[in-house]
Design a protein. Structure first.
Length: 226
């Protein structure tokens, strides 16, 4: 039976968590109020056949520094038993349609450089890979003060995903920007702060390390202008 796509709801929580754990080694807390909110928002897609969830994809809207909406393609995973059925490509194609319907200026995904299957899916969907490689840096307990600075050079983006809530930084990194991000994280009760730093920015990398950030690997941005 060919899988069909639909928006996930709370009944799909256990299946989504099981696939995320087995495929991505990612832990989704089933008792999390955030998970219930996300599933109630009708933003996560699942592929299912004969009542069984075979894959899922979550995406959410953010705004860039100019205030333009964009759709962030977040977690995507397909059960090992359903590989080769085109489910990943179908989920991304559905996310592109969702982005157009929501009026997003573009769709993008952050993909680890070693994740060849996801890279192939993005390429087939028409997404273009960034020329530069970036290091994903995340901090769970920043050394920055909690008082925000009036001046900051980075764009701060609150996000809620199936796995975590956080504040993402884009633009030029500085101590005032990190201070402001930490203040916003605490204000919103978010779990982490993160940023993607292109290779070759040694001074910014040292600033991140001094503030408790850890580098978690190398990634490319894949994007599609709509």
């Amino acid at each position: 039976m060919k899988p069909s796509l639909r928006y996930a709801d709370t009944r799909d929580a256990e299946a989504i968590a099981a696939i995320a754990d087995s495929v991505l080694a990612a832990s989704i807390a089933l008792d999390s109020p955030r998970l219930r909110r996300i599933l109630a928002q009708k933003r996560a897609l699942v592929a299912a056949a004969a009542g069984e969830v075979l894959g899922f994809c979550d995406s959410f809207l953010t705004k860039n520094a100019l205030g333009e909406p964009r759709l962030e393609l977040d977690l995507l995973a397909v059960a090992p038993s359903a590989r080769g059925m085109g489910i990943g490509s179908a989920l991304v194609a559905a996310a592109v349609i969702r982005a157009e319907r929501l009026g997003a200026a573009n769709l993008r995904a952050l993909v680890r450089t070693s994740n060849a299957p996801m890279q192939a899916i993005c390429r087939r969907a028409g997404l273009a890979r960034s020329q530069s490689v970036g290091s994903l840096n995340v901090c769970w307990d920043s050394a920055a003060p909690s008082a925000p600075s009036a001046a900051r050079s980075a764009h701060l983006i609150p996000v809620e995903t199936l796995i975590y809530s956080g504040i993402w930084l884009e633009g030029n990194l500085s101590q005032p920007a990190l201070d402001a991000a930490e203040a916003l994280r605490r204000q919103k009760g978010a779990e982490l702060t993160g940023t993607v730093l292109p290779h070759g920015h040694a001074e910014a990398a040292e600033l991140l390390r001094a503030n408790g950030f850890q580098a978690l690997g190398d990634y490319h941005w894949w994007s599609l202008t709509l």
